[in-house]
Design a binder for this molecule. Structure first.
Ligand code: HEC
Length: 288
């Protein structure tokens, strides 16, 4: 249990709005580990969250982003003035969104890569619509004043798989290879605390204060880990994708953050989502 104090300190960082807003302030905060907050404060926060969630269950703010994403999907845009609906193949044929999300990550021969949904959408924006790659890489995650188009698109596409079962095509050897890499990444220990993902996520029933840390190597844990993403995050009030979640967990691990849309992140998403295969996806959600 020698890690528990450091872990608690990290959690305090994890729930700070700055971490969700990608303002580059995280590095400064890391330098000065905050004292562990009193447990009562956490309980109050939990109650507050439950209250908000109950209020918002009827009208999940994620739906606004789904609607926005649908427009981005259907309208002719970019340098080439084409729509994604008429040019982008998410694995089930050009323009098909129904059920595409729960069958990703998958292998795309045209890109020669296994891709998760966000990576594929951005690939289509660049290669089909003619958006500038550097522009799309600049501010990939939402802040309080800005939601990237790719985030709304991911939310729309994910919503089109609501109530469908995860079915990552693990029989495809490309996908299986990337899955195996993901498994290794999850177990790889390094960094100043010698953490791996599994230090926090590798046992059943583990919690850091009030947060459940899903055991991503089991079907049950992986299912809970992929459920509700992309998610509207109460902390900071922003819509965030799994790409963001992975980057932020690397930060908690005190690893260098992977590049946006990196192979590493795809491998993690392949591992977790395939472990959840068979579970029914409930659609974009609300996250604390
Ligand atoms: C230091 C502990 C720690 C490490 C190491 C860590 N995480 Fe996390 N992870 C957390 C915490 C804490 C949360 C919840 C954060 C929150 O809700 O604000 C979380 C959340 C998540 C979630 C979302 C779960 C959900 O229910 O929505 C996923 C998925 C995840 N982590 C995967 C990973 C992966 C993959 C790695 C390795 C790259 C990793 N984590 C490394 C602490 C950690």
């Amino acid at each position: 249990m020698k890690y528990s104090i450091a872990v608690v300190a990290m959690l305090a960082l994890a729930v700070h709005p700055a971490s969700a807003q990608n303002k580059g302030t995280a590095a400064k905060k890391v330098a000065k580990p905050p004292a562990a907050a009193p447990v009562e404060e956490k309980d109050a926060a939990t109650l507050e969250f439950e209250k908000f969630r109950a209020m918002m269950e009827e009208t999940n703010p994620a739906e606004l982003f789904e609607a926005q994403g649908e427009e981005f999907w259907k309208n002719k845009r970019g340098h080439n003035n084409v729509s994604l609906a008429e040019s982008c193949d998410l694995g089930l044929g050009v323009g098909v969104v129904k059920g595409a999300y729960v069958q990703m990550p998958r292998y795309f021969a045209d890109a020669g890569k296994v891709m998760d949904v966000e990576r594929r959408i951005v690939w289509c924006m660049i290669n089909k619509q003619g958006f500038n790659e550097a522009d799309l890489m600049k501010r990939p995650f939402a802040s309080d004043s800005h939601t990237p188009e790719a985030t709304s698109l991911v939310t729309y596409v994910a919503g089109q798989s609501r109530d469908m079962k995860f079915a990552v095509p693990l029989k495809d050897p490309h996908v299986k290879d990337v899955y195996e890499i993901g498994k290794e990444v999850v177990n790889y220990r390094a960094g100043p605390y010698d953490f791996s993902c599994n230090t926090c996520h590798g046992t059943d029933g583990k919690r850091i204060r009030m947060q459940n840390l899903p055991n991503i190597s089991t079907h049950r844990g992986a299912t809970s880990a992929v459920m509700g993403w992309p998610g509207y995050r109460m902390t900071g009030g922003v819509m965030l994708t799994q790409q963001w979640r992975m980057g932020d967990c690397f930060r908690q691990q005190r690893f260098p953050q992977p590049k946006y849309l990196s192979d590493t992140v795809t491998s993690l998403l392949t591992y977790m989502t395939a472990n959840a295969n068979g579970a029914t996806y409930k659609g974009p959600g609300i996250k604390r």
